[in-house]
Design a protein around this ligand. Structure first.
Ligand SMILES: [Fe+2]
Length: 291
C-alpha cells in the first residue's frame, strides 16, 4: 500500500538531537580505553608471533585466504583473530576500511522480486495468532522462553534497544536459504574487501526482519551495535512509507536505501533509525562477527 507523505512532516537530522545515546563503551575512562588498546595490541603481537612460528605466509591478502590449506582448525581461528585485530586496530591496512570510513552501499543485493518474496513470507508467518507464534518458536528451541508478540511480531529479543522484529531463523526454509546464500555469496566478499577480513571468516550473530510502522514502533534511538559489522537491507518500496532512514552521528548524515540495497557499516558507529511518519518500513538487519 502506498504511503501518503505530507510535506514538512518528515523527520530531519535535527530530530535526532534529543534522542538519548547508548554506547556500551562510552562509560569507559580514558585510562580504561588506553588499557583496552594495549590489550588489543598485545593480543595482536601474540597471535602474529604464533602464526609466524607456524610458517604461514603472513603477507597473503585476505582475498586469497580461502585458497590456503591451513594445517589446523586452530590456525584458521588464529588467522581470523589476526585479521579481526588488524581491522580493529587499523594496522597494516592498505586502503581505508569500514572502520575508518562512511557506510558502504551494496546496490541491489536482492532483486525487487526477491524482496517481495521475503516480505510475503514474513507476513504469512506473522498471520499466525499470537499464542501459536510464541509456542512454535519455543518448541523449535530458538528461544528458552515463550516470547511476547504484537500482531505476530516479536518485541523482546533485544533488551537495551528493542525492535519489533522476527528472526530469519523462524521463517520458512526457502526464505532462510535465499537470505543466507545471497549474503554468503555476494555480501561477505564485498565486506571482505572493506575490512581485510576473509569472507569465509564471517558469521552472522543475528539476522532478523525489523518492522517500523505508523501504528507500532516508528523509530530507534541513537545506539551502537554489539558486534563487528552491521548491515540493513530495505525490503519495502520507498513508496510504502514516509521519512525514515538511518542517521549516523559521526557524519551527521541520513542514509536512505533503495529497495533491495544493503547499507553496511562498522557496528561501533553510533546510528539511529529515524522516525517514519506514515506507512510501513521493513528491513533485513544483520549483525556480523568473525568465527
Ligand atoms: Fe543498530
Amino acid at each position: 500500500m502506498l504511503a501518503e507523505c505530507k510535506s514538512g512532516k518528515e523527520a530531519s537530522v535535527s530530530d535526532t538531537e534529543s534522542v538519548s545515546s547508548f554506547d556500551i563503551f562510552s562509560e569507559l575512562s580514558a585510562e580504561e580505553i588506553e588499557h583496552q588498546k594495549k590489550r588489543k595490541n598485545d593480543l595482536h603481537s601474540k597471535v602474529l608471533a604464533k602464526l609466524t612460528n607456524s610458517g604461514l605466509d603472513m603477507s597473503v591478502e585476505a582475498s586469497s585466504i580461502d585458497k590456503l590449506k591451513l594445517s589446523s582448525y586452530s590456525a584458521l581461528h588464529d588467522l581470523a583473530s589476526l585479521q579481526r585485530l588488524r581491522y580493529l586496530t587499523q594496522k597494516d591496512q592498505k586502503q581505508p576500511t569500514l572502520k575508518a570510513s562512511e557506510p558502504a552501499i551494496y546496490q541491489s543485493l536482492f532483486s525487487e522480486q526477491e524482496c517481495d518474496e521475503i516480505v510475503e513470507s514474513v507476513f504469512k508467518f506473522v498471520s499466525l495468532n499470537v499464542c501459536d507464534l510464541g509456542v512454535s518458536i519455543n518448541q523449535n528451541r530458538k528461544f528458552t522462553k515463550v516470547v511476547h508478540a504484537e500482531e505476530g511480531w516479536l518485541v523482546d529479543r533485544h533488551t537495551s534497544f528493542p525492535t519489533t522484529d522476527l528472526p530469519v531463523s523462524s521463517l520458512p526454509g526457502p526464505t532462510q536459504k535465499l537470505i543466507s546464500e545471497t549474503i554468503e555469496k555476494l555480501l561477505y566478499p564485498f565486506i571482505s574487501q572493506r575490512t581485510g577480513i576473509s569472507a569465509s571468516f564471517f558469521k552472522p550473530r543475528d539476522l532478523f526482519i525489523v518492522k517500523y510502522s505508523e501504528s507500532g514502533q516508528r523509530e530507534l534511538g541513537l545506539h551502537s551495535d554489539g558486534c563487528l559489522i552491521s548491515f540493513n537491507v530495505l525490503l519495502s518500496s520507498p513508496a510504502d512509507f514516509c521519512a525514515g532512514g538511518t542517521f549516523f552521528k559521526s557524519f551527521n548524515k541520513v542514509y536512505h536505501n533503495s529497495k533491495g540495497s544493503a547499507l553496511i557499516h562498522d557496528s561501533r558507529l553510533e546510528h539511529s533509525g529515524l522516525a517514519i511518519t506514515s506507512g510501513t518500513r521493513l528491513l533485513l538487519v544483520g549483525f556480523l562477527d568473525t568465527i
